[in-house]
Each structure stands twice: as C-alpha cells, then as structure tokens.
Design a protein around this ligand. Structure first.
Ligand code: GLU
Length: 426
C-alpha cells in the first residue's frame, strides 16, 4: 500500500502524509522518514489560573518541538478555542518545513492554548500566559525553543513570555521569544513581515508567469496582522484589492477598496471590515467570510485560519493564483480541485515564511545587541524570501513536481541532509 491511499481526515494526517510522500519521492534510506515525521517532543500542560471574580479555572496547553536537528525549535503560540494537540503538531511540522525551505538555522515548533482570548480579560490572559510559560519554561530558551506570535497572540503576550522566562532564569533574556515590542528588543518590520512575504511571493510567482501585481484584482480573507499588511503592500505595488473578509463578513468593490478608510474605521473601534462603511457588504458574519472566495478576481490570498477553502469555495473561485498567507488554508479536496482547474498555488510553507524569517532576524539583532532600521530589516526579509523562492522554483521546475509537493520535498530533503550529517545518537 502506498501512503497516498490513506484516507485523510485531519490537518495532522494531511501534514504527515505530505511529509511521508516527500520521503517516498526522495527514497529516504533506513527509516529516516519516521524520524522526520515524529515530533521530538510533545509537551501537554494543565494551566490552572484565577478568574477576575476570584474563582479557579483551568485550561490545557501544548508546546510541540517537531524538529530540532538544524537549530533551536521555532514557532508561534496560538490562542484559539479550537486548538488541540493534533493541530499544534500539524502546525509544528509546517514550521520545520518553513525554516528548512528558507534555510534558516532553526527547527520547527508550535504552541497553543485551547481558549478564546477575547472571552477573557487582559489580566486573565496575562495570568494564563505566565502560568503556561512557567509550565514549559525548562524547554524554552534562545538555544532551545523560541516562541513567537500566532493566531490570538500579539507583542504584549510576547512581552509577558519574555518577562516570565527572564524572571525564572534571573536575567533579562530577550532572545527567548520573537515578535516582542520594539522597547524589549523586538524588530522593526516584524508586524508587516508575514504580509510582506506573502506579497513578495505573489510578485515572484507572477514574474515567472510574465505578469506583475500592477492592475491585478486581489481578494483577501483575514484582515488581521497578515491580511491587512498583504492588502496594503499589494495595493502599494499597483494591485486592486477588490474584496476583504474577516469574522464580520466580506466587503467588495471592483474598483478597489479604500484601505485607508477601512483602517481608519477599525482604529475608531468599528468591529470588523463589514461594519467599516466601505465597499459593498457581500455577506455578513463569520460564515460570510467565505464569500470572499467567490468574488471575481485574479489572485486570492487566504490569510485567516486553516481549512478556510473547502470544495465549495474552490469550485467558486475564479482566481488563477492562490497565495497561502495562513497556515494550511486549503483542505486536501480544495487543493485537488484548484489543481484540476489549473490554478497556481504558492504553498504556505513558502508564502507565509516572511514572519519566521523576520523572527530569525530579530534573534540575530538580539544576539548581537544591536537594532537595524526598518528599511534594512525589510530588505533582508525580501532578500531571504527571494533566495528561498528561487531555490524552490528552480527545484519545482527541474523536478517537474507540483508546487506544494516540490516545497515539501525541498523542506524534507534539507532536514534529512542535516540528520544524515549529524548521524544517529548514540
Ligand atoms: N506564527 C508564525 C508562523 O506560523 C511565525 C512563527 C515565528 O516567527 O517563529 O510562521
């Protein structure tokens, strides 16, 4: 039986299957693929904490070190009410592939706590964060594992992580976490880095097709840290943002949405893009956010959560290019449908690697006790992303593999080479 005949049920099975198929293609020797599939370490912790009303409550959290062969474990921490162990493992696998594809000297990790941070006060989120970090702190450190923001976490949460870890070891340790506030050793350019990488990936792929972003109609799902920056940066390069969506719904304007007006409304406290009074509201509510995929356009950037594009959304899509700003935004079925339609997909492990690339640059600055100006950071992110894209595209062309498989094979090969060179202990 080949691995391809497995019935895929979950994001974890899909991620493991992709890695196994890459191992088969590479014809890896000696069971090495099992070492690469299996996480080095899965930590599950109970997080008891005090509610603001004085009562005791408890949550569950995870930190997964998927691969640490090429460097310290690296990856974000997600706060979301649907996070579970398997999702964190799947996302950690994605991080190992990302750092390998960009050739960063880092491994792959992910963390998560299963709760909705918006349903708790900031003081409660701080207590939850501190208790979670104290439970996993022995596995953290600039040379061990370096968390970062992900869905539901931000620079303030990273500041609490830095403080909790630092008080434990007895000295300020900025390098234990990335995506920190600038005042604590964070990097300029980190907030926009993932969106910047998404837009650069789109531009590089379009260039291979003899096209450019100029005049392209772009639809974006998610208007948070990734999606909003992707929108601004794509617009700055001449693209027309014809639709954006978030949990409030989808808004569209074929002439191009007024992004400044959306940003102004959100700053003034309006909840969600559908309430910004900009463009036409095509659909309301979180279910309505999927309507963005049916808007007539050239490029789709899913920059929200995983599995956002299913069969229905894939069938409705008119775009010829999909650039995955989120992690695993396409179900395997959607992936197949889009491939059959001839849609080019720039896979997440490359397209959204701008974030971890900038995290790496943040660490470099922390270790060297210096800070680069924003232009320098942005230029370095672009340089690293371009080098990764060229390596990826060159490999996809020479191997003839579809883009997602080419990216996975390239990542797995990079990790396998490192395993082989290090040898098997003892
Ligand atoms: N959470 C982000 C990702 O999924 C960033 C990880 C990092 O910077 O370590 O790529």
């Amino acid at each position: 039986m080949t691995t391809a005949s497995y019935q895929v049920h979950s994001a974890l099975e899909a991620a493991e299957l992709r890695v196994r198929e890459a191992g088969e293609w590479l014809n890896l020797e000696d069971g090495l693929i099992e070492t690469i599939v299996a996480p080095r370490r899965i930590i599950e912790v109970a997080i008891p904490f005090r509610r603001d009303d004085g009562t005791r409550d408890q949550l569950t959290g995870w930190r997964v070190h998927h691969n640490t062969t090429r460097g310290p474990a690296k990856g974000g921490i997600r706060y979301h009410h649907e996070v579970d162990r398997d999702e964190v493992v799947a996302l950690a696998i994605g991080m190992s592939l990302k750092t390998a594809i960009v050739n960063l000297p880092l491994g792959g990790a992910k963390g998560g706590i299963r709760f909705d941070p918006k349903a708790y006060s900031r003081a409660e989120v701080e207590r939850i964060t501190r208790r979670y970090i104290s439970e996993i702190s022995q596995f953290l450190g600039p040379d061990r594992d370096v968390p970062a923001p992900d869905v539901g976490t931000d620079s303030q949460v990273m500041a609490w992580i830095m403080d909790q870890y630092s008080t434990g070891v007895g000295h300020a340790t900025p390098g234990v976490v990335t995506g920190k506030p600038i005042e604590l050793g964070g990097s300029l350019g980190r907030e926009s880095a993932t969106g910047r990488g998404v837009v650069e990936s789109a531009a590089l792929m379009l260039a291979k097709q003899g096209r450019s972003l100029e005049g392209m109609r772009v639809a974006i799902q998610g208007y948070g840290q990734v999606g909003s920056w992707a929108a601004r940066l794509a617009a700055a390069r001449g693209a027309r943002i014809v639709a954006v969506a978030d949990v409030s719904g989808t808004i569209a304007d074929d002439g191009g949405l007024d992004l400044r007006a959306i940003d102004r409304a959100l700053r003034e406290g309006v909840r969600g893009v559908a309430n910004a009074g900009v463009g036409e509201v095509v659909a309301h509510g979180s279910d309505g956010a999927a309507a963005v995929f049916g808007v007539d356009c050239d490029i789709v950037m899913p920059c929200a959560l995983g599995d956002a594009v299913g069969e229905r959304e894939a069938l409705a899509m008119t775009a010829t290019l999909v650039v995955e700003g989120a992690n695993a935004p396409l179900t395997p079925a959607a992936d197949r449908i889009l491939a059959d339609k001839g849609v080019t997909i720039v896979p997440d492990v490359l397209a959204n690697a701008g974030g971890v690339t900038c995290s790496y640059l943040e660490q470099c600055q922390n270790f060297a006790h210096l800070s680069w100006d924003e232009d320098e950071v942005n230029a370095r992110v672009i340089d690293l992303m371009r080098a990764a894209f060229d390596r990826f595209h060159g490999f996809a062309t020479s191997s003839g593999l579809p883009l997602r498989k080419a990216a996975t094979v390239l990542g797995v090969k990079t990790i396998a080479d490192a395993h082989r060179l290090r040898g098997l202990h003892p």
